[in-house]
Design a protein around this ligand. Sequence first.
Ligand SMILES: Cc1ncc(COP(=O)(O)O)c(C=O)c1O
Length: 397
Amino acid sequence: MFESLAQLPPDPILGLIAAYKQDPRPNKIDVGVGVYRDENGETPVLQSVKQAEQYLLASETSKAYVGPAGNPEFIAQMKKLILGSGHTALDRLALVQTPGGCGALRVAAELIKRAKAGARIWVSDPTWGNHIPLLGDAGVELVSYPYYNFSRHQICFDEMFSALKHVGKGDLVLFHACCHNPSGADLSQAQWQEITRLAEQQGFVPFIDMAYQGFGEGLDQDAYGIRLMCERLPEVLLAVSCSKNFGLYRERVGALALLSDQPQVASSHFANIVRGIYSMPPSHGASIVATILSDSSLEQQWRVELTQMRERIIAMRQCLVEKMKALGAGPRFAHIAAQQGMFSFLGITPTEVAALREQHAVYMVDTGRVSLAGLNDNNIDAFCSALQAVLIPSGGV
Ligand SMILES: Cc1ncc(COP(=O)(O)O)c(C=O)c1O
């Protein structure tokens, strides 16, 4: 029967990774892939994670199942990390450990279908590519709202706001808490306040994806929108990832949370949905997070490491803008320093992207989205010269 399945084209990002690996040119640069890289181009295991792992190796006594909801200490610590320890809505929040942020999104789709058949999710244009299969292929209808103006390199807030005025009760609006992927353009605090008032008036449910807490401005600042909405609104759905901020990508750690007046009811559905998809989450990554967040010195060390990652990305953003200016590009790339997180659009054409790959061994996705963490002191000059060369093929500045 399976002969009826046709061969699918390779996933564009995985195809890009494969092409990069096969490229024999020694000075090749990868700004396509969505993982943090340090100044040596490595994705290291954080020291705080290593220490937590050593502790776990010595103290773990069983590999029995953790249960559909996951590790209770992880659940308690994550609520505080997301909302902040003094938040008034903490006891209205139900949270389940999931296999990464992707797992959280997939469980969320099931919860939405159970809660209201026909509920739609409004997603930003553009949004992270995987939102579409994770939510849309799970059977929830997706509708897009304008978010990013590609020629002005910024959020088109007025258009976004006008579109969201048409979203009513019974629909959800997906926001990126911080470090919007792919644009790097985030809502200001004033804009979060306006959207919160709109959600109050219209009755739609905010659904906030936070995959980069701590990568933008800081752990608390990056959760501003979530904390505000959880303070003001009756219901908020949250999908959270620990992949980036704890560097735990392959361990698959994340959480789905629902703020409501019936947290026990929500928890019962989380457990029931999980049982029907993957039964139980993996344990190791969440145990690491729980160990770090429940030990003040390990937590402090993790915060320092997180700050280093954030500051390195910010430094690379600023450096790129200055170097491109010095090469004669003017303010064309100024938006990169104003945006935050791992990603931004360079604002170049697919032809220029192809020229970067073919002529200069610089790899990025066709949209011109770059991962700034792929840059470091050793490759940023080559990157900027290549970029300038494809912008002005004659080589003149
Ligand atoms: C916007 C966004 N949401 C969610 C995720 C989920 O990541 P993971 O499943 O690896 O935790 C990512 C990862 O790249 C992301 O960029």
